[in-house]
Design a protein around this ligand. Structure first.
Ligand code: DX5
Ligand code: ZN
Length: 218
């Protein structure tokens, strides 16, 4: 089975110290840096764009896992590729020409991901499965950090795993992942766990390293 990767989301970081916050999670054991881009149109919140991501790219050589919650996505793919993305994920719901978006990402030399909102069935992407390097199952409705994991997501992860079969595709889960549900998420077939508030959030005395370790140990 594929190694489990922990991908802290910088959405929940302190933006006034973003470079230091990225360095801190790398030192704390993060595998990927999850970059949540929101446009206030596809989702009801605005986060940041390619220039901000570019400004932190030099802090680490870890994989930048870019989750585009924007519509349309195609006009911005080259910007994120140039800004240093390693994986670029677009939403299946974000446009009518999903193959085109995925092929454009690969043509830029990056890994192509596709994300599904909670209400979108896995069957929606069965025709593009051979065009993706990563499948992202949203376990909350995207737009905000700190929401609760939707329990039905576990069954959906299983369905996604079945669709992937023996293909070389990462199965990522995003939203409400904590040390309490990480075990069930991985048991269902996921190998990349996004964690925003469960790493950056909280005002207890636990360190970032302690929080990442708690998820990994689970
Ligand atoms: C949700 C984002 C997630 C989110 C994760 O719209 O795509 O990546 O920030 O945050 P938590 O782990 O707090 O749900
Ligand atoms: Zn995300």
């Amino acid at each position: 089975s594929r190694p489990v990767r922990i991908a802290p989301s910088i959405l929940s970081a302190d933006f006034s110290r973003l470079g230091d916050e990225v360095k801190a999670i790398v030192d704390a054991g993060a595998d990927y840096i999850h970059v949540d881009v929101m446009d206030g149109h596809f989702v009801p919140n605005i986060s940041f764009g390619a220039p901000v991501m570019k400004s932190i790219r030099g802090v680490t050589d870890k994989v930048f896992d870019v989750h585009l919650m924007i519509a349309p996505a195609d006009p911005y793919l080259a910007d994120f590729a140039k800004a240093g993305a390693d994986i670029i994920t677009v939403h299946a719901e974000a446009g009518p020409h999903l193959n085109r978006s995925l092929q454009a990402i690969r043509a830029l030399g990056k890994k192509a991901g596709v994300a599904l909102n909670p209400a979108t069935p896995v069957s929606a992407i069965q025709h593009v499965i051979d065009d993706v390097d990563l499948l992202l199952i949203m376990s909350v409705n995207p737009g905000f950090g700190g929401q609760s994991f939707i329990p039905g997501s576990i069954d959906k992860i299983r369905q996604a795993k079945a669709l992937i079969g023996g293909r070389d595709i990462d199965l990522e889960v995003d939203g409400g992942v904590t040390a309490d549900n990480a075990r069930a998420v991985v048991a269902a077939g996921a190998n990349v766990l996004v964690a925003g508030s469960s790493v950056y959030g909280g005002n207890d005395s636990t360190t970032y390293a302690g929080r990442i370790k708690a998820i990994r140990d689970a």
